[in-house]
Design a protein around this ligand. Structure first.
Ligand SMILES: [Zn+2]
Length: 303
């Protein structure tokens, strides 16, 4: 697949070394990209997300609060989990902007697959608040961008160990966006039960201890059926590698090979539907596992 990565050093400046969601994560994630795949993968630069697009996902009051907080109140916390410093706003605007650029380049046909190697992550961010290490909802920005560019239907698949509450809430009433999620349940943030499912929301809660067999069972059947029936114009992936067995914050047991299998199912679904594929980085807090998951993902994407 013609694949590109988008990355910027600004993502490392949003940092709190004692926090699990720190800059080392992205350094480790990018190491295989720079050292093993740099010849095969163009590494592009993002730009700030357009204000109009960002405020189609988040309230203007909230966006202004983030901008002013980072300028005047840094460092601090938006919620007990979500820190900010004076660079957080720049990083968050560029993380959302990477997703905007990615969708543009995919829907214009320039690339077939795209990986937004960004921080802060996005899928917990709600319309009017930061939550769970997330400031702006990057994958939601990508989905709205795709709709604005003429996509009829957008499929979001979220394999992060946590449920993407912000993403589900953003599109709960929007039948043009399908939200498919596997996540540990019951677990933070508390949402993601099957009771929340509707015609275009499919939560597949996974018990603590679920591993390769359970996940590959879901991705080879439920996921494949859902994405085929929905027949989207683009597939967006909230790629959270905290489903890995080595992750310190979660209780799932997916191995390196399990992660490969999930990524292969997603890539294969995009190829068989002949639609572009955008990944955006969400969680993943064991540095060495994150590096191996990065290598595995790009290995699958750069065949
Ligand atoms: Zn997570």
């Amino acid at each position: 697949m013609r694949t590109a990565v988008i990355y910027d050093g600004v993502y490392l400046k949003h940092d709190l070394p004692t926090h699990p969601e720190n800059a080392m994560r992205l350094k480790y994630f990018m190491e295989p990209v720079f050292e093993e795949f740099s010849g095969a993968l163009p590494i592009l630069k993002p730009r700030q997300v357009s204000y109009e697009l960002l405020t189609a996902v988040h309230s203007e009051n909230y966006v202004q609060d983030v901008i002013i907080s980072c300028r005047e109140r840094a460092p601090g916390f938006f919620d007990p989990d979500t820190y900010f410093n004076s660079f957080t706003c720049d990083a968050a605007l560029m993380a959302a902007g990477a997703n905007e650029v990615g969708v543009e380049l995919l829907l214009s046909g320039e690339f077939e697959a795209f990986f937004c190697a960004v921080r802060p992550p996005g899928h917990h961010a709600e319309r009017d608040r930061a939550m769970g290490f997330c400031i702006f909802n990057n994958v939601a920005v990508a989905a709205v961008k795709a709709l604005l560019m003429g996509a009829e239907r957008v499929f979001i698949v979220d394999f992060d160990a946590h449920h993407g509450n912000g993403t589900q809430h953003t599109f709960y009433e929007n039948e043009r966006v399908f939200c498919f999620s596997t996540h540990q349940y019951p677990f933070y943030p508390g949402t993601g039960s099957t009771a929340e499912n509707n015609s275009h929301v499919l939560n597949v809660p996974m018990k603590e201890g679920s591993g390769d067999r359970e996940f590959l069972g879901v991705y080879s059947t439920l996921y494949r059926k859902a994405v085929k029936e929905f027949s989207p114009d683009i597939i967006l992936v909230s790629a959270g590698y905290d489903l890995h067995a080595d992750d310190p914050l979660t209780g799932l047991e997916v191995s390196d090979e399990g992660v490969r299998g999930i990524v292969e199912e997603i890539v294969d679904s995009a190829l068989s539907l002949k639609v572009p594929l955008l990944f955006t980085l969400e969680g993943g807090y064991n540095l060495n596992a994150l590096k191996r998951c990065s290598r595995t993902t790009f290995d699958v994407l750069s065949f």
